[in-house]
Design a protein around this ligand. Structure first.
Ligand SMILES: [Zn+2]
Length: 272
């Protein structure tokens, strides 16, 4: 009878116009029920999902399960915590994959991560620069992962000439000032589940301050589940709660913001 096991609130009712711009659906945590997860995603209002592959091998092994789901598009890139695995074969593997698979729409997630201590920063920076130059040579947009490394990431992106390049700052978690620094460079920001956490006023203020044409929504699933299911496995359908928090922060219609963020994502990933 206590509220301890209360079921989460229903999703807001949404048109099928949304995009989850960052999902990791190829791992073991979705092996058993991927079809049901995708069904729930589309029922909740997602029109497309961007699946992130973290190596050419992950793409080669993982893409088959999405063959019957043309609404799922891909990004491919080596995560900064795995920079030690990046070699000449990785680079040629990414080139081959992009040539073969028109569903790969961006290079990423790439960047810097000084939170996890898996890989030393100098090596991360070296691999970041290599993948930035690869993205430019392939003419692909960028999806950036940055954790506790903002100053270095911005320095590298500026010195490599990526101001005004199509770039999505994934899992944005900063404040209004940091949002301005991203937006001033012409980039997009993508908002994850933590925007729903009651204490996270800072992130909601950043969302409220951003121009409407620069915002996207994401899960980063299976990680970062929003408040109603916090601590559990995240899944794309839960972007419905993310957009509800974002719309509340901006005092606007959740359905309108959902479609606007979806349109931003489709523009970014060149989805017709
Ligand atoms: Zn990710």
């Amino acid at each position: 009878m206590s509220g301890k096991h209360a079921s989460p609130p229903p999703y807001p009712s949404l048109p099928r116009t949304g995009v989850d711009v960052h999902a990791h659906l190829d791992g073991p945590r979705f092996k058993e029920d991927l079809e049901a997860v995708l069904e729930r995603a589309f029922a909740a209002g997602l029109a497309q999902i961007i699946q992130v592959f973290l190596s050419p091998l992950a793409w080669a092994e993982g893409r088959a399960v999405f063959a019957a789901h043309p609404e799922v598009y891909f990004t491919l890139g080596v995560h900064p915590t795995e920079a030690q695995n990046y070699g000449p074969d990785t680079e040629s593997g990414i080139r081959e994959a992009v040539k073969k698979d028109s569903r790969i729409r961006a290079l990423g997630e790439i960047g810097l991560d000084y939170y996890w201590k898996d890989c030393p920063p100098p090596l991360q920076k070296e691999v970041f620069v290599k993948q930035l130059r690869l993205a430019r040579s392939l003419d692909l947009p960028l999806v950036i992962h940055c954790r506790e490394a903002e100053a270095d990431a911005l320095n590298i992106l500026e010195s490599e000439g990526f101001v005004d390049y199509p770039l999505l700052w994934h899992c944005f978690g900063g404040d209004e000032n940091f949002a301005r620094r991203i937006l001033d460079k012409g980039w997009q920001m993508s908002i994850p589940g933590p925007v729903t956490y009651p204490a996270n006023r800072t992130l909601r203020a950043a969302v409220a301050s951003a121009p409407l044409d620069r915002l996207c929504t994401e899960t980063d699933c299976p990680y970062l589940a929003p408040q109603p299911v916090r601590g559990k496995r995240n899944e794309p359908a839960h972007t419905a709660w993310v957009i509800a928090a974002m719309a509340a922060a901006r005092s606007m219609s959740v359905q309108d913001l959902w479609t606007i963020c979806g349109d931003n994502a489709r523009r970014f990933f060149a989805i017709a």
